[in-house]
Design a protein around this ligand. Structure first.
Ligand SMILES: N[C@@H](CCC(=O)N[C@@H](CS)C(=O)NCC(=O)O)C(=O)O
Length: 249
């Protein structure tokens, strides 16, 4: 009885070891390095997630977060006019909402909505500190900013992107954006980053949206703290990496 059971265990362990030996990088090492919070080359080699993005669109925010975390990922560009992806797929079959960003998880599940995606990503590697722990007041503050950027700043740009918007609507959008930037400038005068002294996913999102100002002839001079923030965040290696990957620099 005992030898048969020992044989069974030996065979099982052998099969497990063989499975790992056949991987290009043993998974347990990847698991270990990523759980320890090291964005090491081993962690980067893990078969990972996929981000559907459009250059310079709001999908740049999760793209920055993926780079900040050093999480293994691939990207696929989406042409929003034809709703076709770089590999020729009809984007509506991937996201019936028709917009980027979309994050495909390791298990194939799809996650949409930028603020939800960046929180999901930050929670994959809490040790990186891109978000405070769920349930803390600090987390709620970061969520407060994410929601403000999404609904009050990001969406205020919509009429400026729409060539059919009447001038009055564009003027009113510019006035709204100016008011929102005024509030953000005040917050950034008191601290380096939106949710505190440390860079968070809310900053990745803010950087992405404020990046549109130049394309819309919105001069940031009236908001020096916002200007300084753009320079500070734009100089981060992960931000440079994401901008480069999207062909923006
Ligand atoms: N609620 C969505 C909005 C995303 C969004 O506005 N995406 C824009 C690019 S910044 C887009 O893909 N627009 C194309 C469309 O709506 O057809 C989110 O927060 O992720």
């Amino acid at each position: 009885m005992l030898p048969r059971r020992a044989g069974y265990y030996t065979a099982t362990i052998g099969l497990i070891l063989l499975r790992y030996a056949l991987q290009p990088v043993p998974h347990f090492l990847i698991f270990l390095t990523s759980r320890l919070g090291f964005p090491t080359s081993l962690a980067k080699m893990e078969k990972g997630m996929k981000l559907y993005y459009t250059s310079g669109a709001c999908s740049l925010s999760p793209h920055i977060v993926l780079c900040e975390l050093g999480l293994a990922h691939e990207t696929e560009k989406v042409d929003l006019k034809s709703h076709t992806t770089a590999s020729g797929a009809d984007f509506y079959t991937i996201n019936p909402k028709g917009y980027v960003p979309v994050l495909q998880l390791d298990n194939g599940e799809l996650l949409t909505e930028g603020p939800a995606i960046v929180q999901y990503l930050a929670d994959q590697k809490p040790t990186a500190g891109l978000l405070p722990p769920a349930g803390s007041m600090a987390r709620s503050r970061a969520q407060e900013w994410l929601n403000f950027i999404a609904t009050e700043l990001h969406k205020s740009f919509a009429p400026l992107f729409n060539p059919t918007s009447p001038d009055e609507l564009k003027d009113s959008a510019r006035a709204t954006i100016a008011r929102r930037l005024g509030l953000i400038d005040k917050a950034l005068t008191e601290r380096d980053y939106l949710a505190g002294d440390q860079f968070s996913v809310a900053d990745a999102y803010l950087f992405t949206i404020v990046n549109w100002a130049g394309h819309m002839a919105i001069d940031l001079t009236p908001w020096p703290a916002v200007s300084a923030f753009q320079k500070r965040v734009g100089a981060r290696p992960a931000v440079q990496q994401a901008l480069k990957a999207e062909g923006l620099i």
